[in-house]
Design a protein around this ligand. Structure first.
Ligand code: DAH
Length: 342
């Protein structure tokens, strides 16, 4: 009897010592198996009960159960302690100093061209226009011939371009989109066509071999020059301010007749003349005109039934004017110090 009590005391002592030394959950679990498991040392004491006299068995049973309860209690205490330590170590390792300066997220800006284009699109979409795109690689036929610019026409020289083959080129203007859309024959037409164009120009403050235009086209029955003027006047006022005045000067474009260039009163000086408008009081903004009957015919429309007007605006020109940028090259250099101002 007292032998068993002594054995239990030793088992418990050994369990206590191991529990106290256990460095992790795995170690603790091994201890549980070694002492309390089916083949554990405490369990084996219970198994030796058959050698204990029946009147002593309740007493021995109680000792074993008490020892078991105490060992379990110690294990539980140590488990809680180990868990707390583990948590503390993780908190320490994953510490975030909320007072540290944040890493700055650099978000890009919309390019001045994009801002200007979205503004132009907003104005025309508001008047019921569709926004359409055409190919940048174009047939000579669409870029020139169907626009009433036959081979050997001097206007072809003015827009010296990049030829890919004799028939295929990088478009010099967005006007070929006019021909493409008229050919589709879905009338009436009210569209703008923004896009990139190419000309074999040297780079300077006002020229670039690649720039952008926005083409406009309206085709319907009974369209007059008054419609053209009214529409472009609304456009100018929306873009440059309510007090903007417009002026139409006669001009020549092969695909319109009559043709004009539209000037707007200088929105800096209101028309008095300043450095911005080079003392003129007016700023040239776009080319326009009534679609030439030849063009209508070449694109499959009957000029006796249908007619309309067209216009072409340089997108960079608008961006430069609106944001008072004095060198076109700035628009293409992608200098973040420049772009982040918009
Ligand atoms: N395509 C002409 C150019 O690049 C601009 C232009 C002028 C377009 C008059 C038009 C227009 O639609 O009617 O110089």
């Amino acid at each position: 009897m007292s032998g068993i009590e002594e054995t239990l005391r030793q088992i418990e002592q050994e369990a206590d010592r191991q529990i106290a030394e256990a460095k992790g959950m795995d170690a603790l679990n091994d201890i549980r198996v070694a002492f309390l498991g089916k083949k554990g040392s405490l369990t084996s004491v219970l198994k030796s009960m058959k050698d204990v006299s029946p009147q002593d068995r309740p007493q021995v049973g109680k000792w074993v159960n008490d020892a078991r309860a105490r060992i379990e209690q110690k294990m539980e205490e140590n488990r809680a302690k180990l868990e707390a330590e583990l948590m503390n170590r993780r908190l320490e390792a994953e510490k975030i100093d909320v007072t540290m300066p944040a890493r700055k997220q650099r978000i890009g800006h919309r390019h001045p061209n994009t801002i200007a284009l979205e503004e132009v699109e907003r104005i025309f979409v508001g008047m019921g226009y569709e926004v359409i795109e055409g190919p940048e690689i174009e047939y000579d036929d669409y870029n020139f011939t169907k626009l009433n610019i036959p081979a050997n026409h001097p206007a072809k020289d003015e827009q010296d371009t990049f030829y890919i083959t004799d028939e295929i080129l990088l478009r010099t203007q967005t006007s070929p989109v006019q021909a493409r859309i008229m050919e589709q024959g879905r009338l009436p037409i009210r569209m703008i066509a923004p896009g990139r164009v190419f000309r074999s120009d040297e780079v300077d403050a006002t020229h670039s071999p690649s720039f952008h235009q926005i083409e406009g086209l309206v085709i319907d029955k009974g369209i007059t020059f008054a419609d053209l003027k009214g529409t472009l006047e609304v456009f100018a006022k929306e873009l440059f301010g309510e007090n903007t005045k417009t002026k139409f000067r006669p001009h020549h474009f092969p695909f319109t007749e009559p043709s004009a260039e539209m000037d707007v009163s200088c929105f800096k000086c209101g028309g008095k003349g300043c450095r911005f408008c080079k003392g003129e009081g007016w700023i040239e903004i776009l080319g326009c005109g009534m679609v030439h009957p030849h063009v209508l015919e070449m694109c499959g429309l009957d000029p006796k039934e249908y007619g309309g007007f067209a216009f072409g605006v340089g997108l960079e020109r608008i961006a430069l004017l609106k944001y008072e940028i004095d060198d076109m090259r700035l628009l293409y250099e992608n200098d973040i110090r420049f772009l982040s101002q918009f």
